[in-house]
Design a protein around this ligand. Structure first.
Ligand SMILES: Cc1ncc(COP(=O)(O)O)c(C=O)c1O
Length: 391
């Protein structure tokens, strides 16, 4: 018979040597989330376990909500609900809160994420009108204006600020002015732009803004949030829930009371807190400038390598560049060769799948990461001798 143990096993306090050896190597992530996180954020993820029914957690959550509003300069005019789940969870929650059928949702759609808003509406039986534009173009404001004038049954307008499927920066302020003129609610998916772009929510008349912790705000992936204008959050509290888990009113009420109805992602919230402290120190303006500088640096490097942009440079965001895959390579070859060198790029989606590649410059990238990437890209995209001669 086995002897009873005098002491409990050490558990996972110290990793076994084999686990240490299996620790993955650092890769440079050039995808639009998850992003490279700082040591401070990683340390917050690994802090001692905590229970969400204790006052320490309530305090952490209220600090996250307050610091988020403070970092984005929204104090007093908006309220924040932290959402367990990725950006899409928060988007679904915001669409449900912003739309009151039978009034319709008008979606301004020029990419994969615009289509996602429309898909959410369809799944929930929200009547839909779409203004679609080609994936490489900004929406035509005259069409938006005409649609709002014509369709009086539209209650809400929704759009994506940074359409990450291509890197287009869409005209939120201009559409917001139209939504305000025709007195419609306005919902913006700013999942990949908050922190990276200038965006004044109040000036753009945004009622609901959806964001994610794990992109340009530099938190860990899997946590998102909805920012609701004060008067909208008061309205939402009175709505009949159309989802158990994603009802924004339930979330706001529970988070205000410090009593989450479902188990929150405690380590992700702690990591977001650490990321927000860093953002507050840096300032959104400082971060936006840093992203712009990275974009200019990389784009000038891409041009020197003879790579072609998918978009007109004037409509590109600060945080992502999409490029045509050179004719002599497949996307997979390009991806795999760069990955072997330590760099993770991102594929095209939908009609651009296999044709383009995306390079996001979000998160805690170092200048040496950008230099090294351009060097590897030069080697990997060099035309074969025969292709070079026929150029
Ligand atoms: C603009 C935009 N909206 C929505 C999403 C979906 O977010 P998630 O994949 O975190 O659910 C993304 C993801 O990249 C995005 O960039």
């Amino acid at each position: 018979m086995e002897k009873p143990q005098a002491k409990l096993p050490a558990g996972d306090a110290a990793p076994a040597p084999v686990e240490r050896a299996a620790r993955p190597k650092r890769q440079v992530l050039l995808c639009p989330g998850p992003v490279m996180t700082s040591l401070h954020v990683k340390a917050a993820l690994a802090r001692p376990d905590a229970c969400h029914r204790e006052p320490e957690f309530s305090e952490l959550l209220s600090m996250v909500r307050a610091k988020l509003l403070h970092a984005l300069g929204l104090g007093g005019r908006y309220t924040a609900a932290v959402v367990n789940g990725s950006g899409t969870a928060a988007l679904e929650s915001a669409v449900l809160a912003a739309c009151e059928p039978p009034r319709k949702l008008l979606v301004i759609n020029n990419g994969v994420y615009g289509s996602r808003i429309a898909r959410i509406a369809k799944i929930h039986g929200i009547p839909l009108v779409e203004i679609r534009s080609p994936i490489t173009e900004r929406p035509d404001l005259n069409r938006v204006s005409a649609a709002l004038k014509r369709a009086r049954d539209v209650g809400t307008v929704a759009m994506v600020h940074h359409e990450t499927s291509t890197g287009i920066l869409n005209p939120v302020e201009e559409v917001g002015a139209l939504a305000e003129k025709y007195r419609r609610r306005f919902l913006v998916d700013a999942i990949s732009s908050l922190g990276a772009e200038k965006l004044d929510l109040a000036k753009a008349h945004v009622d609901f803004c959806v964001g994610s912790a794990g992109k340009a705000l530099h938190g860990a992936p899997g946590l998102a949030f909805v920012l609701a204008a004060q008067e909208e959050s008061a309205r939402v509290l009175k709505l009949k829930p159309r989802s158990l888990y994603l009802d924004l009113g339930t979330m706001l009420q529970a988070q205000d009371a410090g009593d989450p109805p479902f188990t929150p992602a405690v380590p992700l919230i702690a990591a977001f807190h650490a990321a927000l402290d860093e953002l507050i120190r840096e300032g959104v303006k400082g971060r936006t400038i840093k992203y712009r500088q990275r974009a200019l640096f990389l784009r000038s490097g891409f041009k020197k390598l003879g790579l072609a942009f998918v978009l007109d440079e004037k409509i590109m965001s600060n945080s992502l560049t999409s490029l045509w895959v050179p004719k002599w390579l497949t996307y997979q070859q390009l991806h795999d060769r760069l990955k072997r060198a330590g760099y993770v790029i991102y594929a095209g989606q939908s009609e651009l799948k296999g044709k383009i590649f995306r390079v996001a410059h979000m998160g805690g990238l170092l200048q040496s990461d950008l230099d090294g990437f351009l060097k590897s890209l030069k080697v990997v995209t060099a035309p074969p001798v025969a292709a070079a001669n026929t150029k």
